[in-house]
Ligand binder design. Structure first.
Ligand code: IPE
Ligand code: IPE
Ligand code: MG
Length: 248
């Protein structure tokens, strides 16, 4: 089924919790890492389609702080995949900038080096920014922000009464982009798993059962079509939203 998408009302920022790789592989009688490998192909397809549709920021939950607790061989397989599947040429060809959010210091040195090199090589690209949340969790990020703000106050660079919501947003790793308009989670679970807690305060949420390796361009269209069918009221009434243009 084809979905009608209004190209003039695209979500500027789409965030995705890419879940279900392991179950997808297990159901096929394969190792979980086979599912992660298949998930890389989905990342390529969905990133390319998002850029084509005019999405400006695509933030992909790739490896959470809690995922460090997985068996060592699975963690190693995932780190290996980051290393081998980041192809700078694809980013350059598609004019896509690549960035990472998360605690990069916990990543193996070769992975850190590769990520930094790709970020540098794609820094001037402008069509879309693809952000990999790697060794990321929202509580880690908020804790870091609190430490930074507390030290600014302690050093006299800031007054406590000057702390506003925007102060917190500016101290998060996502400070260079708008909050997600649309958050998608594949793989059937209806939970957030420590992802962008502050930033999704007013995002539209879309959950689907499809495992990430099977998530298709058409599935993305469906999520966007449903997003576009919603009226975003940001606390106002339906009538207020219809009569003034202050909302997206
Ligand atoms: C998501 O798939 C990818 C990562 C968390 C790295 P999972 O590996 O969580 O797959 P399931 O949820 O076990 O099926
Ligand atoms: C969330 O998936 C993290 C990523 C997609 C990278 P998980 O599979 O780790 O989430 P939980 O632990 O089942 O909630
Ligand atoms: Mg999972």
């Amino acid at each position: 089924m084809a979905y009608n998408i209004d190209m003039n009302r695209m979500p500027e920022h789409v965030a995705i919790i890419m879940d279900g790789n392991g179950r997808w592989a297990t159901e096929k009688g394969k190792e979980r890492s086979y599912g992660h490998q298949a998930g890389v192909d989905t990342v390529r397809r969905i990133a390319s389609e998002s850029a084509r549709l005019g999405v400006k920021y695509l933030t992909l939950y790739t490896f959470s702080t809690e995922n460090w607790n997985r068996p060592a061989d699975e963690v190693a397989a995932l780190m290996g995949l980051v290393l081998t599947s980041l192809e700078d040429e694809i980013f350059i060809k598609n004019n896509v900038k690549f960035l990472v959010i998360g605690d990069m210091t916990r990543l193996p040195k070769p992975v850190q080096d590769k990520l930094k090199a790709t970020m540098e090589r794609t820094a001037g690209n402008t069509r879309m920014t693809l952000i990999a949340a790697l060794s990321y969790s929202s509580r880690w990020e908020i804790t870091e922000a609190v430490k930074k703000i507390a030290s600014d106050v302690a050093e006299g660079k800031m007054n406590i009464n000057d702390i506003e919501e925007d102060t917190i947003s500016k101290n998060l790793t996502t400070n260079f982009m708008p909050d997600p308009d649309l958050l998608i989670r594949t793989g059937g679970e209806i939970r957030i798993s420590n992802y962008l807690l502050w930033q999704i305060a007013y995002s539209e949420l879309y959950f689907c059962d499809t495992y990430w390796p099977d998530f298709s361009e058409e599935d993305l269209h469906k999520a966007i079509a449903i997003y576009q069918s919603k009226q975003r009221r940001f606390g106002k009434t339906e009538e207020q939203v219809e009569n003034n243009e202050n909302t997206k």
